[in-house]
Design a protein. Structure first.
Length: 124
């Protein structure tokens, strides 16, 4: 997963590691036409044997309902395998749909990667 980059359709996804935590950084626009590109990097992040997974959406300019579906799917999978997950964003265009459907607590939405790392360390 480390160093993996997917770039297509106004979307760039990069996998990384911060110690024992897998980080998936997403830049661009997540919509119906490209949300499926999240699947492989998110699965790889969980398969990497991490202590936690952070999905960093700080640089996402648009976040549609297809993206929400992908987040819920990976959150369910992370619960199933016992790996805590957090989503990072401070952007209105990402937070608004997440909050509108009541997923902010379930997805452990945090404002920075640093905050998410700290809190996932407490969970582990």
């Amino acid at each position: 997963m480390r160093g993996t980059v997917t770039a297509r359709d106004n979307l760039r996804i990069r996998g990384d590691r911060l110690d024992a935590i897998s980080v998936v950084r997403v830049d661009g626009e997540v919509d119906l036409g490209n949300a499926n590109l999240l699947d492989d990097p998110l699965d790889a992040a969980l398969d990497d044997g991490p202590a936690g997974v952070i999905i960093d959406l700080s640089n996402v300019r648009f976040f549609g309902s297809s993206g929400l579906s992908r987040l819920v799917a990976v959150a369910r999978r992370s619960e199933h395998v016992g790996v805590p997950l957090a989503v990072v964003s401070n952007e209105r265009q990402v937070l608004r749909p997440i909050r509108a459907v009541g997923l902010a607590d379930y997805l452990r939405v945090r404002t920075s990667v640093r905050q998410a790392v700290r809190e996932l360390g407490v969970v582990r």
